[in-house]
Design a binder for this molecule. Structure first.
Ligand code: WT7
Length: 646
């Protein structure tokens, strides 16, 4: 071949839009956010993209008027009125498909009913509902009139519900009679009845009727179907809320016994869930998105309700567990509805793995094109199983790192921006607008592969607006460990390519099956039991749930340790807090290791249980307690090891 021949070599190569967009967001943030915000509909324009004069109380799009429900519903009526917005199915296979127009009508009807009950802009309402269509309908209806919703996961129990209602000073609670879980009825109204005995702010309980007539308290309860039966159909125009008006409060666990009311706003949160849904899940008009999360958690708020609906997508919600009536329930749904994008948690994958791959193989999953994971780090074994069996060894798995506080996904691959680059067990690169880094204890950037803390170095629209009723806690928890940086409380490493790997919580917060629960919250419940004087709760690794709880308990005088009491304490915690608290064990000791100032040294409890070196014990108040504790715990660990033997 002659040397002069003109071969088609090219020096430059095509870059996916991700790179350019990321760079633009860092170099010209103002211009970038203006452009992004244009994709939503505003009632009136904002004055400022970001007001940072009162940091860390950053405010996005101040002065602008926008309502997230207008962008989720009204906006789609012209082009997508008859497109399916929401598909719902339960364990028994009962289902509903609700178009954008129907959803719009349902939300208007619900909003009008709320107005009849006297709910106004700024009022708080707690929603305690399972994954039934009325859950997103109630959220959207409240948001439509400018009221603030606070969804409490229906697996939580009385005490958790009481605390959340009282902190939000909710005047309305929305609930239903029951849900089905593994074919069994779980009563919800009964829990609300107990809770509202202790919540002075609640004026009314709105009950959605399901199969049977609910038992009601005439003075307090209103049955939704009764209220709306004779009601004329009235359109309720969306309140022209400010971009900086609160949309919802969602409680999450922290390091104290009191859950934090994370609140988000119409403008920034709306924009962030809209954009991240597009960037990460790449939702197009013929996609069917199945997110297996419960709407009681942020994952459901952002990626069952607000993100998909603002994108005009079809979103599937399933009221049930993945392995009932059989372990292929989800794959049945994926096949039946032609699901294209599927989003779930590592715990769910590990649970289904145990039943074997046959359950997946029997279904046609060929419509799937993107898989996602969220809530906790995914271990390589679970990743490979998911990739091979669900993704047929060819679909990208977006391992999305984010938090209740961040409003939406922060670190992930972004197929919607052409970035499919994956490394198993890495979360990937920060999304446009996310200035994330890993820094060490001294606050200096960590070297590649050096473990440190993940931080976010500048505000982003989806960030929490604060902790409800507690501005000091907001500053202390998120903005004080490192001056001027947002501190999420996770360990992380970065590799040479800038890929982030989130390693787990750096604080006293457990992740049981991906559910966040504070050790202090569990301890507080234990101490409220008449037999318990003190307790220390720690997390230990678990092959399926990622992490589970272990409690060391000191009994009050007159109570003696026995197996029955252990069981009773476990049940007590589940009954008061919720069944998400799973124990590996509870064991009894006569003292807990404490500092001289009386702080329980959980670090020591943890060290003994995992058989690690105790480290520095110089702050320990009672040196003699260590040996006693060690012995007691060793007894107990032996017991666990015995149990774990195949
Ligand atoms: C914490 C936030 C984000 C919605 C569900 C949980 C952990 C979340 C990942 C992931 C590793 C993850 C972190 C985070 N986490 N996603 N992909 N890889 N860890 O929301 O209850 O607010 O919990 O979940 O520890 O801080 P959350």
């Amino acid at each position: 071949m002659s040397q002069q021949e003109n071969l088609p070599f090219e020096e430059r190569y095509y870059q996916p839009p991700y790179k350019a967009l990321y760079r633009e967001s860092m170099e010209y943030p103002e211009k970038f956010w203006r452009k992004m915000a244009q994709e939503l509909e505003w009632f009136s324009p904002y004055e400022k993209v970001l007001n940072d004069s009162n940091a860390p109380f950053f405010r996005w799009f101040e002065g602008g008027k926008i309502n997230v429900t207008y962008n989720s519903l009204d906006r789609h009526l012209k082009e997508r009125g008859n497109k399916v917005a929401l598909i719902w199915e339960n364990e028994k296979g009962e289902n509903r498909s609700i178009s954008y127009l129907q959803l719009y009508n349902e939300v208007n009807k619900f909003a009008y009913a709320l107005q009849q009950l006297g709910v106004k802009k700024g009022d708080r309402a707690v929603i305690y509902l399972p994954l039934m269509p009325e859950l997103p309908i109630a959220m959207l209806a409240l948001a439509r009139i400018g009221a603030i919703h606070s969804v409490v996961f229906s697996g939580f129990s009385v005490q958790a519900l009481v605390d959340r209602i009282n902190d939000a000073k909710a005047k309305l609670v929305i609930t239903t009679t029951h849900t089905l879980r593994r074919g069994k009825r779980v009563e919800l109204k009964g829990i609300v009845d107990q809770a509202v005995e202790q919540t002075p702010s609640v004026e009314k309980v709105l009950v959605i009727k399901r199969d049977e007539e609910p038992k009601i308290n005439e003075k307090r309860d209103v049955i939704y179907q009764e209220l709306t039966r004779r009601m004329p159909y009235k359109k309720v125009e969306p309140e022209e809320t400010s971009a900086t008006d609160p949309l919802f409060i969602l409680y999450t666990s922290g390091t104290t016994g009191k859950p934090k009311g994370i609140f988000h706003l119409h403008g920034g949160y709306g924009l962030w869930t809209y954009l991240t849904t597009k960037w990460v899940f790449d939702l197009r008009d013929n996609d069917v998105f199945f997110n297996t999360a419960d709407i009681g958690w942020i994952t459901g708020h952002s990626y069952i309700v607000y993100g998909p609906l603002q994108n005009g997508a079809t979103t599937l919600m399933y009221e049930g567990v993945p392995d009932y009536p059989s372990p292929d329930r989800w794959w049945e749904l994926v096949e039946k509805y032609g699901v294209t994008v599927f989003y779930t948690s590592p715990t769910a994958i590990r649970t289904l793995m145990r039943y074997g791959e046959e359950w997946v193989k029997n279904h046609d999953l060929s419509n799937l094109r993107i898989l996602g994971s969220v809530g906790e780090p995914i271990n390589p074994e679970a990743w490979r199983w998911y990739f091979k069996n669900v993704g047929g060894s060819q679909l990208p798995i977006v391992d999305t790192w984010w938090q209740t506080e961040t409003g939406g996904i922060m670190i992930s691959a972004t197929p919607g921006l052409g970035n499919y680059m994956l490394k198993p067990s890495a979360n990937g690169l920060p999304l446009p607008g996310v200035d994330a880094d890993v820094i060490n204890e001294e606050g200096l950037p960590a070297k590649a592969r050096e473990k440190g803390y993940i931080v976010v170095k500048r505000p982003w629209p989806g960030m929490l607006a604060g902790v409800w009723n507690d501005p000091d806690r907001y500053i202390k928890t998120y903005w004080s460990k490192f001056q001027g940086l947002y501190y999420p409380g996770d360990y992380a490493v970065k590799d040479e390519d800038g890929f982030f790997y989130i390693l787990g919580r750096a604080d006293e917060v457990l992740k049981i099956a991906g559910h966040r629960i504070g050790t202090r919250e569990i301890e507080d419940i234990l101490i409220s039991h008449p037999a318990v004087a003190e307790s220390a709760v720690i997390g230990v690794p678990d092959p399926v749930r990622g992490e589970v709880a272990v409690a060391a308990v000191v009994l009050k005088q007159g109570h003696s340790p026995n197996e029955q009491l252990k069981k009773e304490l476990e049940d007590y915690v589940k009954k008061n807090l919720g069944a998400i608290v799973v124990f590996k064990g509870i064991y009894f000791v006569t003292k807990l290791p404490k500092t001289r100032s009386g702080k329980i040294m959980r670090r020591l409890v943890r060290a003994v249980i995992s058989g690690q070196n105790l480290g520095d014990t110089s702050t320990l108040e009672d040196e003699a307690s260590v040996e006693e504790l060690k012995k007691a715990i060793e007894e107990f660990t032996k017991e666990i090891r015995e149990q774990q033997k195949p």
